[in-house]
Design a protein around this ligand. Sequence first.
Ligand SMILES: Nc1ncnc2c1ncn2[C@@H]1O[C@H](COP(=O)(O)OP(=O)(O)O)[C@@H](O)[C@H]1O
Ligand SMILES: [Mg+2]
Length: 505
Amino acid sequence: MFAVQMQGIVKRFGGLVANDGIDFELKVGEIHALLGENGAGKTTLMRILYGLYTPDEGEILIGGKPVRIHSPRDAIRAGIGMVTQHFTLVPTLTVAENITLGESGSLLDLQQIETKVEALSGRLGIPVKAGTPVGQLSVGEQQRVEILKALARHARVLILDEPTAVLVPQEVQALFEVLDRLRREGISVVFISHKLHEVMTVCDRVTVLRDGRAVGTVEKSQTTPSELARLMVGRETFGVHRQGERPSTGVLLRVEGLNVKSRKGAVGLHHLSFEVQAGEVLGVAGVSGNGQAELGEVLSGMLQPESGRIWVGTQEVTGASPAELTRAGVGRIPEDRHASLVGELSVADNLVLDQLEHFSRHGVLDRNAVRRNAERLIAEYQIKALPETPIRTLSGGNMQKVLLARSLSRNPLVVIASQPTRGLDVGATDYVRGRLLEQRARGAAVLLISEDLDEIFALADRIAVLFEGKLMGILNTREATVEQIGLMMAGTPLKRSSVKEADRG
Ligand SMILES: Nc1ncnc2c1ncn2[C@@H]1O[C@H](COP(=O)(O)OP(=O)(O)O)[C@@H](O)[C@H]1O
Ligand SMILES: [Mg+2]
């Protein structure tokens, strides 16, 4: 029995074919993963099912009958609910009010609404505090409210778009338990993800999308992570991992008592102190928005600290500008790729943007030198472009290679890499990780700020966790567990004795 059948779905955005004749079948009471790399077409397909996009071609059947879905209202009426990456809750209203918001005849009294919501949450095993304003809930709790809201409208099909992206590991576990419970209630779930291990944990079947096409649907019990990876990217992937320990030859980055004032809508940084040794990767983990962007900016000279001191090697660089930090030996891989490149300029020009003085003679840019530099770096970093290609036409992976080439070719003492693989495909991700490990092997100090815990575990020698702008502690990776890091990501500081241990490294 199928809850949903999508047949020959085509969706074009201008010249781009986001969904290219996709067939997708969802059985009643199954958890079905929609797996694929960034840009594969997962969100588009589910936005079509939820009535947010109209397909250019194709049919949708619900319970075996053809339906027309032109809006979320139609979708809800057909028993379909969707929880997106961006929540749609009103923070000042209570859980119960949010859940019943927009229901017809919802002028019930508050007590009655809360009782109703609590009954529903009890039946489904999704604990929520019905009378609490949503603004006071954690992200994981808000997600549960979104799920309940869909179920309160009698959804029999629940679409979750990358639901774990905003969760700490413990919350992921709790979400998986909720999904199990829903399956037992006969509800069908579409679980969108690009993470293989999650898909292997929670799903019954997996449909893999690649470049807008469905390249296969497999039973979880009949497949392996490497088969799924091959389907996703069209080849085997091996992953990139740190190997061996390196004897340290001294501290290259030192931060002491760093404070940064909180700006509107952002957290500040509070009393951060840490060191990164030569030949070491220090990973900074945390849920998005806990000070990672601010840390990257303050160490790049884009943001000035209120107090505290920073050293690169033996040189104090507190308060230095971005250009001064570059000269002191800091290479940055910034979080916002686009802001660090000039789209209209060529690859060659972008490669010298922040060191024009090295490519000028008597104040005149030496065009030949700029071109030779570009030819060398394009070859060395396998950038798919010509020196004269405008940056804006490059893929995300190739843009990142330009940034890597620009900062790493100068052999910096300290590398500050912020979310270096976010939004990249598997191939480009492996490439970037490999290059960062080369820097470690060369003896640079690498600060890896990443929201991807797998990446941190694969690359970092030690792991620091940021929560609300404070360091919850630093652990040696070989002694760290995902559970421990998860607790710290949720705000539980590490016990002091173990912090000292890790500091001695
Ligand atoms: N509203 C839109 N306008 C133009 N292009 C879009 C739009 N939505 C998605 N795309 C493009 O369609 C492709 C598939 O996107 P999406 O479905 O979001 O992928 P996924 O969810 O698998 O990462 C991407 O190349 C994306 O840039
Ligand atoms: Mg998506």
